[in-house]
Ligand binder design. Structure first.
Ligand SMILES: *Cc1c(COP(=O)(O)O)cnc(C)c1O
Length: 378
C-alpha cells in the first residue's frame, strides 16, 4: 500500500536510541537540550521549548499569554481539531473563520475581520498543507486590532519564516508530520519571558528540572504556578536530532514531488484542481487536490485503494464535529464546507519517486474519468 505519509526511520535513529538507553538518563536531559538548540537554530530563533505534542504547545502558548474565560480566539475550521481544542483548554472561545477560496484554503482576512469582537484576543494561523499565510497582511491586521498572532506550524517545520509571524509558533513531530519523534512538539516564542513561562509550565510549574538539580547540586525547587506535564523525553529528542538533520532535504524532495504532481495532474486529469496555484512558500506537508463536482469521492477513494493507493481527507471541518456543533450551533462556513466535501489528499512523502507520482496520477485520472462516464450514462 502506498501511504499518504510514511516516516523515514533507520539505522541512525536506532543508534541514537541505543545511546540514550546506555546512558540511563531517560527524560529531559542533554538530548532534549540539544534538540531545542538545533530546532531553534534552524528557524533562526534564539531558543525553543520541546514538549510532548503540538497540542501541548498550543495549550502552553495560550496559557502563557493569559488567554482565558471570556476571551475569543479566531481559528480556521479547516484544520486538525487540536487547533480549536487548545482554545477550549484555557476556557476561551474558539471563533471559526472561513477560508479565502478553494484555490487559497487559508483563513480569510475579510472573514476574520468580520468575526472580530471586543473580546477577540488572538488568532491562530494554520499554514495549511505547509503553505505559508501572508505574514505582512496578518501582522497589519493584528497590530490594528491589538491581537496576538499564534502560528499552528504543524505542517510547516523547517521554513525560516515560520515562528516570525507573531508571539509564538507551535510545531508537531507526530508520526505523519514532515519530521517525527513519534509523539512530540515544540514552541518558538519571540519574547524570552513568555518562553520562560512556557518552559516552567511544561514541567508542573517547577522552578528547576531534575537535570538542572543534578548539575547544580541543589535539591530544592519551588512551584510558582499551576503547570502541566508536557515534557519531552530523551529517546524522542535523540530521534528528533537525527530527523532534523534530514528535514531540509526531505522538504526539498517534497517540493519537487509536488511540482511533478501539478504538472501530471494538469495534463492527465485537468478536471482535478490543485489548490495554491500561485507561487507561495511551502513545506509541502500534504498534497491536497479538489475533485470535480461530478465525481463521487467515495468511489474515487475505493478505486485508488484497489490500486494500492491510500488517500485521506484534510479536513472534516472542525465546526461540523458533534462537540463543536453542540458548543456553537448554527456556524456555517460555506467555502470551508465546499472545499472539505471535494478535497482528497494523495500520497506525498520523500520516499516516493517520480514514477510513483505518475502512477498515482494515472490511477486518479482513471477513477475520475469513470465517474464522468457514469455521470454521462446516468
Ligand atoms: C498534527 C496537527 C496538530 C496536533 O499535533 P500533535 O503533535 O499530534 O498534538 C495540530 N494542528 C495541526 C494543523 C496538525 O496537523
Amino acid at each position: 500500500m502506498l501511504l499518504v505519509s510514511a516516516p523515514i526511520l533507520g539505522v541512525p535513529e536506532k543508534a541514537a536510541l541505543s545511546k540514550v538507553i546506555d546512558s540511563s538518563w531517560l527524560t529531559m536531559g542533554e538530548q532534549v537540550q540539544l534538540f531545542e538548540e538545533s530546532f531553534a537554530r534552524m528557524h533562526g530563533a534564539e531558543d525553543c521549548v520541546a514538549v510532548s505534542s503540538c497540542t501541548a504547545a498550543l495549550h502552553l502558548i495560550l496559557h502563557g499569554l493569559g488567554i482565558g474565560p471570556g476571551d475569543e480566539v479566531l481559528v480556521p475550521s479547516l484544520t486538525f481539531v487540536a487547533t480549536a481544542n487548545s482554545v477550549l483548554y484555557v476556557g476561551a472561545t474558539p471563533v471559526f473563520v472561513d477560508i479565502e477560496s478553494a484555490d487559497l484554503p487559508l483563513m480569510s482576512l475579510a472573514e476574520a475581520e468580520a468575526r472580530c469582537t471586543p473580546r477577540t484576543k488572538a488568532i491562530i494561523l494554520v499554514h495549511f498543507a505547509g503553505y505559508l499565510a501572508n505574514r505582512e497582511q496578518w501582522q497589519r491586521f493584528a497590530r490594528a486590532r491589538g491581537l496576538h498572532i499564534i502560528e499552528d506550524a504543524a505542517h510547516a517545520p523547517g521554513l525560516r519564516e515560520v515562528g516570525t509571524y507573531g508571539v509564538a509558533a507551535a510545531f508537531s513531530f507526530y508520526g505523519n508530520k514532515n519530521m517525527t519523534t513519534a509523539e512530540g512538539g515544540a514552541v518558538i516564542a519571540k519574547d524570552p519571558e513568555l518562553l520562560q513561562r512556557i518552559r516552567q509550565a511544561r514541567g508542573h510549574g517547577m522552578t528547576s528540572g531534575t537535570h538542572q538539580r543534578l548539575n547544580s547540586r541543589t535539591p530544592q525547587y519551588d512551584v510558582t504556578m499551576l503547570g502541566f506535564n508536557y515534557r519531552m523525553d530523551e529517546m524522542r529528542a535523540a530521534i528528533g536530532l537525527v530527523q532534523l538533520q534530514n528535514l531540509q532535504e526531505w522538504n526539498e524532495i517534497r517540493r519537487i514531488l509536488a511540482v511533478l504532481y501539478r504538472r501530471h495532474i494538469a495534463t492527465r486529469c485537468p478536471a482535478v484542481t490543485v489548490p495554491f496555484s500561485g507561487p507561495r512558500t511551502s513545506a509541502h506537508h500534504i498534497m491536497p487536490v479538489l475533485l470535480p463536482r461530478y465525481a463521487d469521492r467515495q468511489d474515487v477513494i475505493d478505486e485508488l485503494r484497489d490500486q494500492g493507493i491510500q488517500t485521506t481527507i484534510h479536513y472534516s471541518p472542525v465546526h461540523q464535529m458533534t462537540l463543536y456543533r453542540e458548543l456553537s450551533p448554527g456556524t456555517h462556513l460555506p467555502r470551508t464546507e465546499d472545499f472539505a466535501q471535494r478535497e482528497l489528499t494523495i500520497p506525498l512523502h520523500p520516499q516516493m519517486t517520480s514514477a510513483t507520482v505518475e502512477a498515482v496520477v494515472e490511477a486518479l485520472a482513471t477513477a475520475v474519468n469513470s465517474c464522468a462516464q457514469a455521470g454521462t450514462a446516468a
